[in-house]
Design a protein around this ligand. Structure first.
Ligand SMILES: Nc1ncnc2c1ncn2[C@@H]1O[C@H](COP(=O)(O)OP(=O)(O)OP(=O)(O)O)[C@@H](O)[C@H]1O
Ligand SMILES: [Mg+2]
Length: 457
């Protein structure tokens, strides 16, 4: 752990600097030592440093000037100062500038190590945060997003253009077409990506709680509200809020949402003081909002506010070109998740998947492949791994008396023999010599069979 931290020591007294660096190296840190500020600063420009340990008095630029130079390049670097004689005034100035702490010489090694550990905690947190954010960006990059069909390519072009703006976006499309994924893509490709994406599913919230959930509430505003709480809108300040199933929004809250969008401020439930909000709103619905507007169940003025940019996700059956790529993607995803060696799919099974209509769209296709991978016994998925409701009828059982397993084998053979002879005689209009020739037996042999098998009409 410690070896990933690079500490820069700037100390003009050669022996003292050497001793500190040796100690730090022994502790497991990476240490670089400089004897003046100019060299240290030029090194800092091109190399990763996590913490600076600075002598205050240096030849040339002093420690304070050096720190100012460092902060211009990277304002987040923690610095610890070492001074020969301290004055309160100097200490306050350094701390105000952002220094982590200062120590008076002679330096106590234990104290120094303790302070370094503390200062690096912040660095660890920031590194962790940065990694999380990168992960998120990866997650919503296009690597695992399929948009091969011309219709989806158009959708993505629109999504990327819309992401740059702050305009409200309404996502429409059947269940499972990928509305939530698109909301993620919009946020993580927008100028707001460093801030939060907050989600609320209005179909999953009881009507009585929707208002407090979205707008927050002050203590005592409703039964059971025991403390002040921020709503999703406040949480999403400077970021994006995604309201799923917007068609479910109760009428009185439609009014409040409209006002929020017009005034750009929100008022907690039970409060009279509005606060400013800066949010980007994305809504989604699998209902036809225009119909709800006509039926008087959704406010028309709110509809227009939400619908500044309308992005419609076509159902999977209208972009069958994407099916094969989605199948490949999901096979990879689930064979690695389930630790299976499934690598492909038979042509017959794929044809079946391409023809199917998917009322549940991509989510349904994903479930079908997940199930198939779990069930698969071979490297290649076959139609036997697909669910029956896809028109995947099992092969019809051939029923024939000769297949009756309750009969002994000779009897079953006789049934077949009799059938073959019957058909051959029929074909040759009961001409026994021609039938015998076709069967490769003698005429007398055939007559004997006809008798023993009771083939006389
Ligand atoms: N183009 C795509 N490529 C790969 N996977 C996708 C794509 N679109 C959607 N998916 C996947 O399909 C599933 C359903 O997507 P999502 O939850 O976004 O649908 P939805 O439209 O919000 O559905 P609902 O209306 O039911 O909430 C998710 O697992 C998602 O990762
Ligand atoms: Mg959804």
């Amino acid at each position: 752990m410690k070896e990933q931290f690079h500490i820069m020591v700037v100390e003009d007294e050669k022996l003292a600097g050497r001793a500190i660096c040796d100690n730090l190296t022994r502790e497991g840190y990476q240490c670089v030592l400089f004897r003046n500020g100019e060299e240290a600063l030029s090194y800092f420009q091109n190399n990763p440093i996590d913490l600076a340990l600075l002598d205050y008095r240096l030849p040339g630029m002093n420690g304070e000037e050096l720190y100012r130079g460092i902060r211009k390049l990277n304002p987040m670097i923690p610095a610890i100062f070492m001074t020969a004689y301290s004055s309160v005034e100097k200490a306050v100035r350094l701390l105000k500038m952002g220094a982590f702490t200062y120590l008076t010489k002679p330096i106590e090694m234990d104290e120094l190590l303790h302070d370094i550990g503390k200062a690096l905690e912040g660095v660890i947190l920031r590194k962790e945060n940065r990694r999380l954010k990168e992960d998120l960006k990866d997650k919503f990059s296009f690597e695992n997003y399929i948009f091969h069909s011309p219709r989806m390519e158009q959708v993505i072009n629109l999504v990327l253009r819309a992401a740059d703006s702050s305009a409200n976006i309404l996502l429409t499309g059947e269940s499972g077409t990928g509305k939530e994924v698109i909301a993620n893509i919009i946020h993580f490709h927008s100028p707001r990506r460093e801030n939060k994406l907050v989600k609320a599913n209005l179909a999953a919230l009881p009507e009585t709680l929707v208002e407090a959930e979205l707008f927050g509430a002050v203590k005592g505003a409703y039964t059971g509200s025991v403390a002040n709480r921020a709503g999703k809108f406040e949480e999403a300040h400077k970021g994006t809020i995604f309201l799923d199933e917007i068609g479910e929004l109760p009428a009185d809250i439609q009014v409040k949402l409209l006002r929020t969008l017009q005034e750009r401020e929100i008022t907690r439930l039970g409060s009279n003081t509005p606060t400013k909000t800066d949010i980007r709103l994305i809504t989604a619905t699998n209902k036809d909002l225009q119909t709800l507007v006509k039926e008087g169940r959704f406010r028309e003025d709110l509809f227009f506010r939400l619908n500044v940019i309308d992005i419609h996700l076509p159902p999977l059956r209208e972009r069958r070109e994407d099916i094969k790529l989605l199948v490949d993607l999901f096979i990879k995803k689930y064979s690695s998740k389930e630790n299976k060696a499934v690598t492909g799919i038979s042509k017959q099974a794929l044809d079946m998947l391409v023809k199917y209509d998917y009322p549940g769209n991509i989510r349904e296709l994903e479930n079908i492949i997940e199930r198939a991978v779990v069930l698969a016994r071979e490297e290649t998925l076959t139609k036997n791994d697909l669910p029956l409701f896809m028109g995947n009828e099992p092969e019809p059982e051939i029923s024939h008396p000769a297949l009756d397993s309750s009969l002994p084998l000779p009897e079953r053979m006789q049934i077949i023999e009799k059938e073959i002879i019957r058909r051959t005689l029929e074909k040759h209009h009961n001409n026994q010599s021609r039938a015998a020739a076709e069967l490769g037996i003698s005429e007398s042999g055939l007559r004997y069979k006809i008798q023993t098998l009771h083939l006389k009409k």
